[in-house]
Design a protein around this ligand. Structure first.
Ligand SMILES: O=C(CO)[C@@H](O)[C@H](O)[C@H](O)[C@H](O)COP(=O)(O)O
Length: 236
């Protein structure tokens, strides 16, 4: 398989899938978010996070605050940070009212809290976040490339510029969020992006990287043949 420089994280909140990916060493780290936790049926945030950290004691794992104001987020950040050394606290760059969370990001980073700043869509946001982070504190900037692509806009120019800005500060890594397909892993790798977080279906396709495309026609018709046999259908 082609050697990747980009680190691949698993994006999800299914504890069994997370444990399996950790044990099989298929990914380098993990990210969760409130929507993924709801989808996975998480019933108790703290129990879920503690169980995840117990199962994954030494790989990066991000948990997001739920609050919508800086005071609540700051209290939640202290709790999330206490879950483990390998935990990154996800803070959105703005709240639901569109208010900037940059003052909080600066305050938390100054306390050496490892942050994953999320919901990032513009180079101005990337610049402000990187400016707010304390040099040397390991931190991620999560740019939602897939959701940008969902609007019909090519995210690549922003991702390339973001690599430059993030790497201008010691400790800051660019994280490609909302990955849509395996091709995004290759794109992230080629531009020098540090991390891409992928849903399980993309993680499962990683072994396909470097596969000989010439084999695919025969494989495809074999698949059709299998389904024809299973269906019992015939033309003649
Ligand atoms: O942790 C992060 C980003 O740091 C991720 O969980 C991030 O929230 C997710 O990749 C995105 O929310 C997924 O986006 P989408 O596929 O739902 O559009």
């Amino acid at each position: 398989m082609t050697k990747l420089n980009v680190q691949v994280f698993a994006d999800g909140a299914d504890i069994n899938q997370m444990k399996e990916a950790y044990q099989n060493k298929t990914v380098d780290g993990f990210t969760t978010n409130p929507s993924l936790m709801a989808k996975a049926g998480v019933e108790d945030y703290t129990s879920f996070a503690k169980a995840a950290v117990e199962a994954i004691p030494d790989a990066s794992i991000s948990f997001e605050v739920f609050g919508d104001d800086m005071e609540t987020m700051e209290k939640e950040a202290a709790i999330i940070q206490s879950f483990g050394e390998n935990v990154f606290v996800k803070i959105p760059v703005v709240n639901t009212k569109g208010e900037s969370m940059i003052p909080l990001i600066k305050r938390l980073s100054e306390q050496d809290i490892k942050l994953n700043v999320t919901a990032v869509y513009t180079i101005e946001q990337v610049e402000a976040i990187v400016e707010a982070i304390k040099p040397g504190v390991e931190s991620y900037v999560s740019v939602f490339a897939g959701r940008i692509a969902d609007t019909g806009v090519d995210p690549m120019p922003l991702m390339k510029q973001s690599v430059e800005v993030c790497h201008s500060k010691e400790g800051v890594k660019l994280l490609w969020a909302s990955c849509r397909e395996l091709l995004n892993v290759i794109q992230a790798d080629e531009i020098g992006c540090d991390i891409i977080t992928c849903p399980a279906d993309v993680v499962n396709k990683i072994p396909n990287i470097g596969r000989d495309i010439n084999e695919l026609s025969v494989d495809t018709v074999k698949g059709f043949e299998k389904d024809i046999k299973a269906s019992g259908l015939s033309i003649l």
